[in-house]
Design a protein. Structure first.
Length: 663
C-alpha cells in the first residue's frame, strides 16, 4: 500500500516541490530586505537573530523539498523482480539459497517481550536460517527457553560498546552468508526474508533496510487519545525520508529489521563501535566502501512503542546523541572517502537536523518580542504579509502531505517537537561539549500504573514555554482589542504584525497545552499490545463484531443480548477458523461504541498450543498485517486536540483502550 501511495503522488510531489520552491525564492529576498527592524542596536540584534533562526529552519525544509523532487529509482521494480526470482529458487532448489543468521541483541527486556520476538523469528518462511539470541544480561531463564525452542544463545562477559559490541560478539560465533538483525521487541512477518534476501543476488548490495512500525500507539498519541488524529513521527522517516535517500543512494540503516551481507560487514570492520548509533555509522561505511544500501518500502515487522512519555524521551535523546557522535568517528560523511556530493549532503542533513532544536527554541520567544513595539524583531505591512509570506507558508501547510506520501501533516507533528525540545537541547549540547550520554536501552516494562504528578522534568520547561506564549497573547490581544474599539491607534503594519503574533502565540499555546497534558501517562493493566481488527464472529450463536483483540482476550460488540454464560467464540478468519475459541466473560457494558450495541470483554480460557500459535500468527506475523494510513488534515485534527484538553481521559481498560488498526 505504501508503494501505491508513493506511485500515485509522485507527479504531485514534484509539482508541490516546485510550487514551494518558487514561493520560497520570493519570500527569502523580501524577508531580508523588507522585514528587519534596525532602529536600535538591541532591536537589530534580535531581528537578525530571529532571521538566522528562521533561515536555518527554512533552509532545512527547502533542502528536504528539493531532495524529494530529485529523480531516481524508488527500487520497487527491483524488489519485486528479486522476490519473484528468490521464490522460484525457493521452490526448485532451496538448498542453494543464501544462508541467513538472525541476530537478536537483548539487554534486560521483559521475558514475554523477548519470547514474542523469538516465536516470530522462528516462524520466518525461509529454508536456510539460524536464529541467535545475544543476551547481554546473561539470564538463565532465557538460556533455557532458547534451548527448548532450538535457538542459539550467546552471552558475553562484559557489555563493552553496548549493542554494537554485542552484535560483533555474535558475528564472531555464527556462520552465514547474510546477517539479519531484529531488536528484541520486534516481531517480523513470515515473508520478511523472502522479500529481502533476493536483492543480495546483486553482489554490489551491502544491506537492505525495511520500515519499522509499532504494534501500539506511542505515549504522546496514547496519553491524548489521538490515535486516529496523529501519526507517529517515524512514519515520515520511513515513508518520506528513506524513499528520498533511496533515490539518492544514501539509505540509512535504522538499527533493526535489516539484512546485511556478511562479507561486506567484515570488510568494513564489523558494526561500528565509535558511536551509540552503530546502525547509521555501519550503513554509511558500507555505502562509502562501494556497496549499495537498498530500502524496501513494505512494513515487514513491528515493535513495541515506548510505554511511557519518559521512555520515549530516553529513546529520542539516544538517537540524537548517537547520530551526532558519528561526526567524531571515521564515518563522518564530510570526510569519509567514497561518497558522492549528493550522498554527503543527504547524510549530513540527517545528522545535523538534530541541531535545529536550538533555532526552534529561539522562536519560542518571538511572539512575546513582537508584543514589544521597541523590540519587535519584525516589520510587516499587510501587502507583504498577505502577498508574499502567507502564500509561502500556506503552500507548505497544504502541500506537505503530498511531499511526504501522506505520512504527516504540517502542524500536528509539532506536538513531538514541543515535548522533546528541552531534553533534546540538553542532549545535543552535551554532545557538542564532548560529554555524550551513555547508551541506555529504551525501557520496555514498568510505568504501567501512571503517575499523579506527571513527568516533572518534561513539565517544567513546557510550563515556562506556556507562560511566554500566554503573556504574548494577552499583550497582543489587548493592543488589537484597543485598536478595534478606538482606545489605541495602530498603524496598518503594527496591526498586521500584532495579528500575526497573536495567531502564532495562540497556536503555540494549544500545542504546549497538549504537550503538558501528554506528560501524564495513562494507567493500564499490562504492556500487552491490543489491536483493532476488522473481524466478524459468533458468540453462542449470536453474531458479534470483534473490535479489539490481543494475546489476553478480545472485546466484542453485538446488537443482540450477550449471553452471561458465553463460553464459545467463533472467528471468521482463515487463521482463526475451525474449532470454537474458549473464552471467559469478564465484563459487560450495556452500550457499546455505537448506539444500541452491547459490548463484552472476553478473556481466552484454556487455549490449546495450536490455538496459541495461530493467535500469535494472526496478531503479529501474517503477511500484509500492518496497514499504511494517511495523516489526517490539520483542519480536522487540531479541533480534536482542543477537545482532548477539556475531556477527562480515563485509564486504559475494557472498552477504553488505545488501539491501532490491523488488516
Amino acid at each position: 500500500m505504501c508503494s501505491v501511495i508513493t506511485s500515485l503522488t509522485a507527479p504531485w510531489r514534484w509539482g508541490a516541490a516546485v510550487c514551494i520552491t518558487v514561493l520560497g525564492l520570493r519570500y527569502i529576498p523580501w524577508r531580508i530586505s523588507s522585514t528587519l527592524h534596525l532602529d536600535t542596536p538591541l532591536s537589530a540584534a534580535l531581528s537578525v537573530l530571529l532571521l538566522l533562526a528562521e533561515g536555518l529552519l527554512l533552509g532545512h525544509s527547502l533542502l528536504m523539498v528539493g531532495m524529494s523532487a530529485l529523480g531516481g529509482s524508488d527500487g520497487r521494480q527491483e524488489v519485486e523482480a528479486a522476490a519473484a526470482q528468490l521464490e522460484a529458487h525457493r521452490l526448485q532448489a532451496p538448498e542453494r539459497l543464501p544462508s541467513v543468521a538472525v541476530l537478536i541483541p537483548t539487554c534486560g527486556e521483559p521475558l514475554e517481550v523477548i519470547l514474542r520476538c523469538l516465536r516470530g523469528v522462528r516462524a520466518l518462511d525461509y529454508p536456510n536460517v539460524a536464529v541467535w539470541l545475544l543476551d547481554d544480561a546473561n539470564r538463565h531463564e532465557l538460556r533455557e527457553c532458547c534451548s527448548q525452542m532450538g535457538i542459539g544463545y550467546l552471552a558475553r562477559g562484559d557489555r563493552s560498546h553496548a549493542k554494537a559490541g554485542n552484535l560483533n560478539h555474535g558475528l564472531r560465533h555464527v556462520q552465514a552468508d547474510l546477517i539479519a538483525v531484529f531488536d528484541a521487541d520486534v516481531v517480523p512477518l513470515t515473508p520478511f526474508l523472502r522479500r529481502t534476501v533476493g536483492l543480495f543476488r546483486d553482489p554490489s548490495v551491502g544491506f537492505v533496510q525495511t520500515p519499522q512500525t509499532y504494534m501500539g500507539a506511542d505515549p504522546l498519541m496514547r496519553n491524548l487519545r489521538l490515535e486516529r488524529w496523529l501519526m507517529a513521527d517515524e512514519e515520515s522517516f520511513y515513508r518520506w525520508v528513506e524513499p528520498t535517500r533511496q533515490r539518492l543512494g544514501a539509505v540509512v540503516c535504522a538499527g533493526t529489521s535489516f539484512v546485511m551481507r556478511r562479507a561486506a560487514l567484515e570488510a568494513v570492520g564489523g558494526f561500528d563501535t565509535g558511536t551509540t548509533s552503530e546502525d547509521l555509522a555501519t550503513g554509511l561505511r558500507l555505502v562509502a566502501a562501494g556497496y549499495r544500501g537498498l530500502y524496501v518500502a513494505e512494513k515487514l515487522s513491528a515493535g513495541m512503542a515506548p510505554l511511557t512519555i519518559g521512555a520515549m524521551v530516553i529513546q529520542r535523546c539516544r538517537w540524537a546523541s548517537g547520530t551526532l557522535q558519528v561526526l567524531r568517528t571515521g564515518a563522518n560523511p564530510l570526510t569519509i572517502p567514497g561518497l558522492n556530493p549528493l550522498q554527503r549532503l543527504a547524510y549530513m542533513e540527517g545528522i545535523l537536523h538534530w541541531l535545529l532544536v536550538f533555532p526552534f527554541l529561539l522562536l519560542v520567544a518571538a511572539p512575546l518580542l513582537i508584543a514589544q513595539a521597541n523590540l519587535a524583531p519584525l516589520r510587516l505591512d499587510a501587502d507583504g504579509l498577505m502577498g508574499i509570506a502567507a502564500p509561502f507558508y500556506l503552500s507548505q501547510l497544504l502541500l506537505i502531505r503530498w511531499l511526504s506520501a501522506q505520512s504527516r501533516s504540517a502542524l500536528m507533528p509539532e506536538l513531538y517537537r514541543w515535548v522533546l525540545a528541552f531534553p533534546l537541547a540538553q542532549t545535543v549540547w552535551a554532545v557538542i561539549r564532548g560529554r555524550p550520554t551513555a547508551f541506555q536501552v529504551t525501557p520496555k516494562g514498568g510505568g504501567l500504573a501512571g503517575g499523579l504528578g506527571g513527568n516533572l522534568p518534561l513539565l517544567m520547561p513546557l510550563l515556562v514555554f506556556l507562560g511566554i506564549q500566554l503573556l504574548a497573547a494577552v499583550q497582543l490581544g489587548g493592543e488589537l482589542a484597543g485598536s478595534w474599539f478606538g482606545r489605541t491607534s495602530l498603524s496598518a503594519g503594527s496591526s498586521s504584525l500584532g495579528a500575526l503574533g497573536l495567531v502564532w502565540a495562540s497556536l503555540n499555546t494549544l500545542m504546549i497545552l497538549a504537550g503538558i497534558r501528554s506528560c501524564w501517562d495513562r494507567p493500564r493493566e499490562d504492556a500487552i499490545p491490543w489491536l483493532a481488527p476488522q473481524l466478524e464472529g459468533g458468540l453462542q450463536g449470536q453474531p458479534v463484531k470483534v473490535v479489539a483483540i490481543s494475546e489476553r482476550g478480545c472485546e466484542v460488540l453485538s446488537s443482540f443480548s450477550i449471553p452471561q454464560d458465553g463460553r464459545q467464540l467463533r472467528l471468521n478468519h482463515p487463521l482463526l477458523a475451525g474449532e470454537p475459541w474458549p473464552v471467559r466473560l469478564v465484563c459487560l457494558s450495556p452500550q457499546g461504541r455505537q448506539r444500541r450495541l452491547r459490548a463484552a470483554g472476553l478473556e481466552w480460557d484454556g487455549l490449546s498450543a495450536d490455538q496459541r500459535d495461530r493467535l500469535d500468527a494472526y496478531l503479529y506475523r501474517r503477511p500484509g498485517l500492518w496497514p499504511t494510513t494517511r495523516a489526517p488534515l490539520d483542519l480536522f485534527a487540531l479541533p480534536m486536540v482542543g477537545r482532548r484538553l477539556v475531556q477527562r481521559i480515563a485509564p486504559e481498560g475494557w472498552f477504553g483502550r488505545s488501539l491501532l488498526p490491523i488488516r
